[in-house]
Structures are given as structure tokens and as C-alpha cells.
Design a protein. Structure first.
Length: 254
């Protein structure tokens, strides 16, 4: 049986890599989950360390940064872009989708809806986010709709503290403790920045294990898998999965 041109085209598309980007190490958790869910895919991870932190930047700067990252990944022949950053998703995903219409683009959003579904009637949740996410239209409206059940906590420095320190250091622990101190009776914490996933264990310890934690990372990876499958672009099972890492920041001394 001969293969039609369109079938051959789809087959070639399947082998193309998937781009994942964040301002730094935060998106590595999304990458880990995605590569476990899709072991045959080839991933390219781009850390925009030259412009980290995104969370303190203007809408314009974040949109430019996200557009450049997506452009680099599209230039590397990616079939899909995974925005593994809540800030870039909230601020720039619509722009990315209009600029790169032929590529699947999935984003990372604070898991407000799943949290609200499971929150007790008298409980409240703390949504830890960057300043830019807190100010974004999408996030603001999600919080407004929650009727006070979601308390948004815009954080200026936590992502940078996590990026630049050992996760087990006192600097990181002290920063997380200070952030959560005003909310000793919270029922849940929403991790609204991909960097914060790394401090899940610390958050649990602070609340003595008595806290629900919501992270959008798994949802994003599952959505990516679904979109690839619907488009017929999942990697063939004979392909061996891999990950390549890139950064926009040159290493010192290199
Ligand atoms: N990791 C990013 C996020 O999910 C932003 C961290 C930053 O660069 O400020 O929002």
C-alpha cells in the first residue's frame, strides 16, 4: 500500500521535538512530568535565564521575552510549545498563539478551578503568584469570581530566591515561612508559579502536613499529550525520548 503525501507529512511532523520554556528552572517540573507521560517524545528545554525574573517585568517585556523564546523553539522545528511558566502564560499566551498558529501551544495556569471545587465551605486558599501574574486580567478575574475564597499573594522575590539558592537552604525555607506566616489557617495553597513546585515539601512541613497543595503542572503536561494525540502528532513508539537543555544566558568564563 502506498502512503499518501499528507500521511507522509504527518509522519514526519511526529518526529519533531517539543519545546518547553520558562524563565529558569521552574519549568523543569513540567518537563519531568511531560517526559514521563510521553517517553517517546524529544524535548528541548529553554531557560530564559538572561531575563529571569519575569514576574517583576512589564506586560510588554514579558510578551517580548515569551515571543523570543517561542520563536527560538519554533526555529528549532518544534511541533509544540509548552509555556512552563504561569507568568508568561497569563500575560502572553494569546499573543504566542496568534504569532505561531501552526504550532500547538499549551500554557501553565494556577489551578484555581480544581482548588475551588474541593475547598470546604468555610475554607480559603492562598494562591502564591508572581507580581505580574497577580496583575494579569485572567488571574484577577479568576480570583474575583472566587468570592474571597482565594487570597492572591503576589511575591516579588520567591522565584529568584529559589532560582539562585539550594532548595534546602535556610534562605529558601525562611522566605517560604515568611510568605505563609499570615495564613496559618489556610486550607490549601495554589502554586501559581512553576518555581514554587520545588518548595512543596517545605510548605507541607510548615502546615504539619495539614494542607492541600494545587499545582497546574500535571494538567499542562496531560493537556499537551491530549493535543498532540488529537492532532495525530504524538511521537511514534519506536522513537527514543530525549531532553536537550539550552539557556539564553552565557555561562561565565565560556
Ligand atoms: N516560573 C515563572 C512562573 O511560573 C516565573 C518566575 C519569574 O521569572 O519571576 O510564573
Amino acid at each position: 500500500m502506498t502512503m499518501r503525501r499528507s500521511e507522509a507529512y504527518i509522519l514526519i511532523m511526529c518526529y519533531r521535538p517539543i519545546g518547553v520554556f520558562d524563565s529558569g528552572v521552574g519549568g523543569l517540573n513540567v518537563l519531568k512530568i511531560a517526559s514521563e507521560l510521553m517517553p517517546n517524545e524529544r524535548f528541548i528545554y529553554l531557560a530564559d535565564k538572561a531575563r529571569m525574573p519575569y514576574g517583576v517585568r512589564s506586560v510588554r517585556e514579558i510578551t517580548t521575552a515569551a515571543t523570543e523564546c517561542a520563536g527560538i523553539l519554533v526555529g528549532m522545528n518544534c511541533k509544540a510549545i509548552t509555556v512552563a511558566c504561569n507568568t508568561a502564560t497569563e500575560v502572553a499566551i494569546d499573543t504566542l498563539r496568534s504569532l505561531f498558529p501552526s504550532v500547538i501551544i499549551v500554557g501553565l495556569e494556577p489551578a484555581v478551578k480544581p482548588c475551588l471545587r474541593e475547598l470546604g465551605s468555610n475554607g480559603y486558599a492562598v494562591a502564591l503568584v508572581t507580581e505580574a501574574t497577580a496583575a494579569s486580567v485572567k488571574f484577577e478575574s479568576a480570583v474575583k469570581k472566587s468570592d474571597g475564597k482565594i487570597k492572591a499573594v503576589p511575591l516579588h522575590a520567591l522565584a529568584s530566591v529559589i532560582e539562585n539558592n539550594d532548595i534546602n537552604s535556610t534562605a529558601v525555607r525562611d522566605c517560604v515561612s515568611a510568605v505563609l506566616k499570615p495564613y496559618p489557617d489556610a486550607e490549601a495553597v495554589i502554586l501559581g508559579c512553576s518555581h514554587y513546585t520545588s518548595v512543596t515539601r517545605i510548605i507541607r512541613e510548615i502546615y504539619g502536613g495539614n494542607i492541600k497543595i494545587y499545582d497546574g503542572a500535571y494538567g499542562e503536561a496531560a493537556r499537551l499529550k491530549y493535543c498532540l494525540s488529537v492532532a495525530g502528532l504524538s511521537a511514534p513508539t519506536e522513537q527514543t525520548g530525549s531532553v536537550r537543555f539550552y539557556s539564553t544566558k552565557k555561562r561565565q568564563g565560556v
